[in-house]
Design a protein around this ligand. Structure first.
Ligand SMILES: Nc1ncnc2c1ncn2[C@@H]1O[C@H](COP(=O)(O)OP(=O)(O)OP(=O)(O)O)[C@@H](O)[C@H]1O
Length: 325
């Protein structure tokens, strides 16, 4: 199958601040229209990578290509950035004394008034901002500011949108509104997007592929299902979801397994682990049953709290779901 040319390509990017290597030999391809989530802990280098990809910061080594064209260094330029790439920072750059509508319309100022009005109306609808279109940007909630910044960036029809922690600091309602807006945008617009997050759930839900960044290195890249089901190591497993540790037969041998791969059983032939329930925790859409056997603890999920604290339980799981470190 013929591969289309990547919209954005990073090759062997390395960045240091003083004696600290913050990014090390980063290789990344972003396909046209692809949504790539960069998942990493605080300080792993996510924002630095985004700033280099958006042409706001130079790497010491390595190159960034936009549609096959090598991006020139930024050094000393008064207007960094690139016309085909829009970076939305954690602090959104809005005009505080202009309304939401005016902020979005500004991005379309070089277009005919009729087209501009039509496009602004469409973006207000897509990003769920119609009800606050006449409100000054300085009076908006965090979620509304976030969506205005996204609408403003999209109005310029960039090929690549770079989002720095789009879901950070949003309450549940605003997360849902933004998530729905993003879903509509993905359907309507053809742009590719790289978003960085430290929340596994967001990366898993919104990415076509996830790149896991640890201490400035990409340690795994793949679809959400690949990364979640076949993590390259226990670090990625733990970053992307809950895991349990189980001791092997030999000294120091350790395995890990996802809680959803464990089930209680009444069949003694299937029993692989016997312990007692030590806690029953309610998580809204499921119950976590935590069991103990000596020094080992193991959690699994139930959709009802039908096991009592202290009760003995036999647990079963498939060998293929036990991963070794
Ligand atoms: N201009 C700078 N000068 C010196 N050190 C910096 C600079 N910018 C970032 N760093 C350091 O580089 C490392 C990576 O920072 P970066 O902001 O890229 O991480 P991050 O993964 O985005 O973190 P967070 O999720 O907390 O925003 C951190 O240790 C940070 O302190």
């Amino acid at each position: 199958m013929k591969q289309s040319r990547p919209t954005l390509r990073a090759q062997q990017l390395t960045k240091t601040f003083g004696n600290d290597t913050v990014l090390s030999a980063i290789d990344l391809d972003l396909a046209p229209g692809e949504w790539l989530g960069i998942l990493g802990e605080s300080g792993s280098g996510k924002s630095t990578l985004l700033r280099i990809l958006g042409r706001f910061l130079d790497a010491e080594q390595g190159d960034v290509f936009f549609k096959g064209q090598l991006l020139k260094p930024v050094a000393g330029e008064l207007m960094p950035g690139h016309e085909g790439i829009r970076l939305i920072h954690q602090e959104f750059e809005l005009f505080p004394n202009q309304t939401v509508e005016e902020n979005i319309a500004y991005s379309l100022r070089f277009y005919e008034p009729d087209y501009r009005a039509e496009k602004v109306a469409e973006l207000l609808e897509t990003t769920a901002l119609k009800s606050v279109k006449d409100r000054k940007a300085k009076l908006l909630s965090g979620g509304e500011k976030q969506r205005t910044a996204i609408a403003k960036a999209i109005a310029e029809l960039p090929d690549v949108l770079l989002l720095d922690e789009p879901f950070a600091h949003l309450d549940n309602h605003n997360r849902r509104v933004l998530a729905d807006a993003i879903e509509r945008l993905r359907k309507r617009e053809k742009m590719a997007c790289i978003f960085v997050t430290h929340e596994a759930a967001d990366a898993l839900a919104w990415s076509d592929r996830i790149a896991v960044l640890r201490d400035g290195q990409i340690i795994q890249i793949g679809t959400p299902q690949e990364v979640y089901n076949n993590p390259v190591n226990a670090y990625v497993a733990e970053l992307t979801g809950d895991i349990n540790w189980i001791a092997g037969d030999h000294d120091k041998q350790q395995f890990y397994i996802r809680p959803e791969k464990i089930k209680p059983t009444r069949n003694p032939d299937k029993s692989r682990w016997v312990g007692n329930v030590e806690a029953v925790r309610f998580h809204g859409n499921h119950w976590e049953i935590r069991c103990v056997k000596g020094k080992e603890h193991l959690s699994f999920y139930r959709n009802k709290p039908d096991l009592a604290i202290g009760q003995e339980v036999h647990l079963t799981y498939a060998s293929k779901d036990l991963k070794s470190i």
